[in-house]
Design a binder for this molecule. Sequence first.
Ligand code: ARG
Length: 458
Amino acid sequence: MKLWGGRFTKETNELVHNFNASLSFDRKFYQEDIEGSIAHVTMLAEQGIIEKDESSLLIKELNQIKAELAEGALILDERKEDIHSFVESVLIERTGDIGKKLHTGRSRNDQVALDMKLYTRKEILNVMELLKDLEFLLLKLMKEHLDTFMPGFTHLQKAQPVTLSHHIGAYFEMFKRDYERLRDSLERLNYSPLGAGALAGTTYPLDREYTASLLSFKGATVNSMDSVSDRDYLLESLSAFSIIMMHLSRFCEEIIIWNTNEYQFVELDDAYSTGSSIMPQKKNPDIAELIRGKTGRVYGSLVSLLTTMKGLPLAYNKDMQEDKELTFDAIDTVKGCLKLFTDMLATTTFQKEKMAASAKGGFTNATDAADYLVNHGVPFRDAHGIIGQLVILCLKKGTALDDLTLTEFKEASPVFEADIYDAISLKSCVEKRNTKGAPGSEAMQQSIINSEKWLMNL
Ligand code: ARG
């Protein structure tokens, strides 16, 4: 018998039952469902809607059901439509008529809105913890690699030298924003829809603020129709998750490039790479590739839910049941990727010599050579042209700017003196860049102090 079977004279068609049912996935929030019911029952008794001893019995049994589900002692009955029906039917089996009072003043519409919010809130906090773990690792690497020189790129062409510390600092900022985005979204999420009923509240004297406080919400939502049909908090979470994945995918892409035979900037740990079934020499960055690939899946969830919600009239519509699988999948994917990425990065070796050698080639100090001329009175546009000519000369000779003789420098411009070599050395190219946010070690150390302060205050 269905919860709502009273008005029906026929059993649901089996295919219809299966199509309509959500137990196979909403089982995921059985704990939240039961915690919500406990808050509801506590409030019903407080308001005199049911007796105190009735609520005590219901709470005891609900806790028992929760424990049995956790242990696997109670098996979910697939014939039930959803987790709400399942829990209620077990409760009624065990407590008889008293159990039938559980759903007084409640609809599955506010119940499911509550369960999903509780579940998402919990998981957002889990994702935030994982982001924090990653940030601690990035901070450690930033401290360790202040003098690991490497080329900075634009258009994937060597541009100017930076340090690995600085490069990683860029990702620190991205994941910091991700953390803050989730934290901000919790501010808006944290209101309880329980008590909104099917759409229009109830005639019982429910105390919505009380159930909200029992469930650690900041308060109850304002409008009952909005309460049961709002999925904004999921869209916000999914978009924050998508941005996290986008950031991970960029870092993964770089690791994949750095791991190529051509670059050899990094060596992945054996435990975090895979081989080929045919090519014995291979050590592939599959984890980084998979994380990059799974980004599409999380974007898919966001676009899917946006599309589901588009044009939905007020209030609850069954379309909204579609929010679950895609949100669960996105949450599990983001959590898995963050954890694996952090572990992979923690075990990656950076090949400092290779990185420095690469920074030395490719004329990453050409801007500094031009700046040298500017500091000796040559207008920047002329300096740019002079160094351009020297680059052509180097390309012909197959050397770097640093390898030119002083005579060759002087032929290009008489203002060059012997101190040009020091001015365009890798170290001074980086060290001179000390504007706020730049890679010079003074600026970088300030960034590290700020990053550490932020992490410590979380
Ligand atoms: N499984 C449903 C969902 O996920 C629960 C709410 C059902 N409400 C209803 N009026 N049929 O949205």
